[in-house]
Design a binder for this molecule. Structure first.
Ligand SMILES: Nc1ncnc2[nH]cnc12
Ligand SMILES: [Zn+2]
Length: 347
């Protein structure tokens, strides 16, 4: 199906109104400064910031590591099952109102187990929020457990073991945290075990790291999706493979801007990735830290790069195709997308 013609002045409203899936967001990155302070007070955790404003002013990042240092500090207020529930509930109710129909949510258990929080506390809180969001808002949500790549493969194995009693609560595994110096090859054996267990496989690669890390994620980890992947444009053979195999890239424009992966959004390569036939999608990564949720990402990158309604159509379709959701759900969302475009064309 081809999208109906949309007047350019209708495009911003359509970007917000169209159904879409979010496939790359870290739930700990949805902790707004206000919630960090509220949870710190509730749990008696001391913060090195005097106020919400002072914390927000610290969100000036020069690269991925400068962000991660603050992000892990923010997560230190999460202690009880209720905290994990409240965080995920806040994210899901917010994005349901942004017409996200499906979310695949990353979580970083090692950030919490290292502080003495049990795997059960983390997973039960998040999973209950996902179930409640489906009942309350009609949004489907699933969890993806991420291994921290700055830690060892042995620690990743221990994390997997600790999570297996809760296997039915997560659909896959990913790889995140400090990329450069921690190639996918470091985790080949633990991902082989995850594949044996029937888990879906994704990995951050080519955010700041080289195209070789994307090859490794595909060939050594068996990644079904690449998170970020924007450095692929520097390798023509890799671009050809990603296009031919329709390996999805979960791109995060505002994150890339804030972490200075691109000098500004006008120079972001999302449009080139789409025009080269790649299955790129738009996502928020860590919305509380990078200046916006999914609709903010769509609005900003469209305004800066001059993409059109045809790109919006493709991005929404890609988000469904790239998801791990059942084919029947994807077909329903495609129908809803067609209806949203028809309404925008008639307006
Ligand atoms: N953008 C990102 N890259 C790697 N690890 C992350 N953890 C949270 N956000 C991340
Ligand atoms: Zn990420």
């Amino acid at each position: 199906m081809k999208p109906p013609t949309i007047a350019p002045d209708r495009l911003p409203a359509l970007l917000a109104a169209m159904p879409k899936a979010e496939l790359h967001m870290h739930i700990e990155g949805s902790l707004e400064p206000e919630m960090i302070f509220a949870l710190a007070a509730r749990n008696g955790v001391a913060l090195p910031y005097a106020s919400v404003d002072e914390l927000r002013r610290a969100y000036a990042f020069s690269d991925l590591q400068s962000f991660l240092d603050i992000y892990y500090q923010g997560a230190s207020v999460l202690l009880k099952e209720e905290d994990f529930y409240d965080m995920a509930q806040a994210y899901l109710s917010r994005v349901a109102a942004e017409n996200i129909v499906h979310a695949e949510i990353f979580f970083d258990p090692q950030t919490h187990t290292a502080r003495g929080v049990s795997m059960e506390t983390v997973i039960r809180g998040l999973s209950r929020a996902c179930a409640d969001a489906r009942a309350r808002h009609g949004i489907s949500a699933a969890l993806i457990l991420c291994f921290l790549r700055h830690l060892s493969e042995e620690e990743a194995f221990e994390t997997l073991e600790a999570a297996l009693p809760f296997r039915e609560h997560f659909i896959g595994v990913g790889l995140d945290s400090s990329e450069v110096g921690h190639p996918p090859s470091k985790f080949a054996r633990v991902f082989a075990r995850c594949r044996e267990l029937g888990l879906h496989i994704v990995a951050h690669a080519g955010e700041e790291g080289p195209p070789d890390y994307i090859w490794q994620a595909l060939d050594l980890l068996g990644a079904e999706r690449i998170d970020h992947g924007v450095q692929a444009v520097h390798d023509a053979a890799l671009m050809a493979r990603l296009a031919a195999e329709r390996v999805p890239l979960t791109v995060c424009p505002l994150s890339n801007q804030k972490l200075r992966v691109f000098p500004d959004l006008a120079n972001h390569n999302l449009k080139s990735l789409l025009d080269a036939g790649l299955c790129a999608t738009v996502n928020s990564d860590d919305p509380a830290y990078f200046g916006g949720y999914v609709n903010d990402n769509f609005r900003a990158v469209f305004a800066a790069t001059g993409m059109t309604a045809r790109h919006a159509w493709q991005l929404a379709l890609n988000s469904f195709e790239a998801s791990f959701a059942p084919a029947a759900d994807q077909a329903r969302w495609r129908d809803q997308l067609g209806e949203a475009f028809e309404r925008a064309a008639a307006a």
